[in-house]
Design a protein around this ligand. Structure first.
Ligand code: SAM
Length: 388
């Protein structure tokens, strides 16, 4: 069976997440934010809950030279459809003429069944694809997705990512994330990229208020969080107690300098972990764009911190364990970008940079880049693995 996987705004990151969690999918990269995935049996309902980078999954219901032979009633049992419906047609890469014709044909077919149908369009006029929030707000009953690949394809939407769940969870946390902090969505993508399995242990050595840890617990992992700040240890403990109903078997929060993480594990008699996932300390809060000199000073300090951390962390990571780690990208007054030199940080440490998209996206090189318009710094996301 073929599926459309709509990956939203971060194609590379979301695609890497998809194939890390579902390595058996056969992927055809069609457009800049979606792929066609082929699998015999794919539990797409589980996938939409598990993945944070995927916006919608649709099942192929038609493939042909053109849409003339397409018939919706062959694919949908109209006896089960209410007599008033909202529907939408997403155009992924077709010209408008083709879409107009298709729309007319579908509307005629629905009307012939004695059903009143209302076409729901994206709130933003320039968009051709309904956003997940529009999909839920506009109560869409049937959604069709048009894609031109080798042939003309129609995919029927089966499930759509529900961001409301994340927002609700965020609101209910006893201690909230600060404004520039990592989003729940990115935290979950990073945990998925770590390949950690249920019941395994994940460490966040710069745990802050515990965004990554709470998400990991919800995904069935056990977690250890450490932070140098007493306040953060207290805050993430509160959040973890909330999310686990105070189940102490699921989490452990300790105060520690990340540079001495191996020593902390030794003193607390902790076992090696399967994965380390973290957004570390990334320098002082930036209000105004920095000068070259300021950036160089911060960058030097951070590179030293990360180097010492990786050296220590490598000792408490299991063989084949992964580290998924964010580093900042500083944007100077003249808009020039400055990156953390990961290659020299891990030069003498037994960690290798993994490229999850190797062989899938030509010429793609790690790391992933991630920046939201309201963020003052960019983020690079690295996937490292210990092979020895
Ligand atoms: C960007 S925040 C982490 C956000 C966190 N990953 C989350 O999911 O909410 C960085 C954290 O690093 C902590 N920190 C700074 N220097 C540290 C060090 N040397 N060792 C451990 N934690 C440190 C700070 O107290 C802060 O809580």
């Amino acid at each position: 069976m073929k599926y459309l996987v709509d990956l939203g705004s971060d194609l590379e990151l979301s695609l890497a997440e998809l194939i890390t969690v579902y390595p058996n999918l056969e992927i055809e990269v069609v457009g800049k934010n979606y792929v066609i995935a082929e699998a015999e049996n794919w539990d797409y309902k589980e996938a939409i809950h598990r993945l944070a980078g995927t916006r919608r999954i649709g099942e192929l219901i038609f493939e042909g030279k053109n849409f003339e032979e397409f018939s919706l009633s062959e694919k949908i049992d109209f006896n089960k459809v209410p007599n008033k419906i909202n529907y939408s047609i997403n155009n992924f890469n077709l010209n408008n003429e083709n879409v107009k014709k298709f729309r007319k044909k579908v509307l005629k077919e629905i009307k012939n069944q004695g059903i009143k149908a209302f076409l729901k369009k994206p709130s933003h006029k320039k968009e051709n694809i309904l956003s997940p929030s529009d999909f839920y707000k506009k109560n869409v009953d049937i959604e069709l997705n048009l894609i031109k690949s080798k042939k003309m394809c129609v995919f029927l939407t089966k499930c759509v990512f529900n961001h409301g769940m994340y927002e609700k969870r965020d609101k209910e946390m006893p201690v909230k994330r600060y404004s520039q902090a990592i989003s729940i969505r990115l935290a979950r993508i990073m945990i998925n990229l770590s390949s950690a399995k249920k019941e395994e242990t994940l460490l966040d050595p710069f745990c802050g208020v515990g965004t990554i840890l709470t998400e990991a617990v919800l995904m069935g992992l056990k977690v250890i969080g450490t932070d140098i700040s007493f306040d953060c240890v207290r805050d993430s403990r509160k959040n973890l107690e909330h999310i686990t109903n105070k189940d102490r078997k699921k989490f452990n929060i300790i105060r520690s300098d990340a540079k001495a993480i191996a020593q902390t594990f030794y003193e607390n008699k902790l076992n090696k972990v399967a994965a380390i996932v973290s957004e570390p300390y990334m320098g002082p809060l930036i209000k105004e764009p920095l000068t070259f000199k300021e950036i160089m000073e911060i960058k030097k300090k951070l590179e030293l911190l990360y180097k010492e951390f990786f050296f220590s962390a490598n000792k408490i990571l299991k063989q084949y364990g992964r580290i998924v780690f964010i580093t900042p990208v500083f944007i100077a007054q003249n808009k020039k970008k400055f990156h953390i030199d990961m290659y020299s940080i891990i030069k003498n440490i037994d960690l290798k940079i993994v490229n999850p998209l190797f062989g899938i996206i030509k010429n793609f090189e790690m790391p992933f880049y991630y920046k939201r318009p309201d963020h003052k710094i960019g983020r690079e996301i690295w996937v490292l693995q210990k092979f020895k």
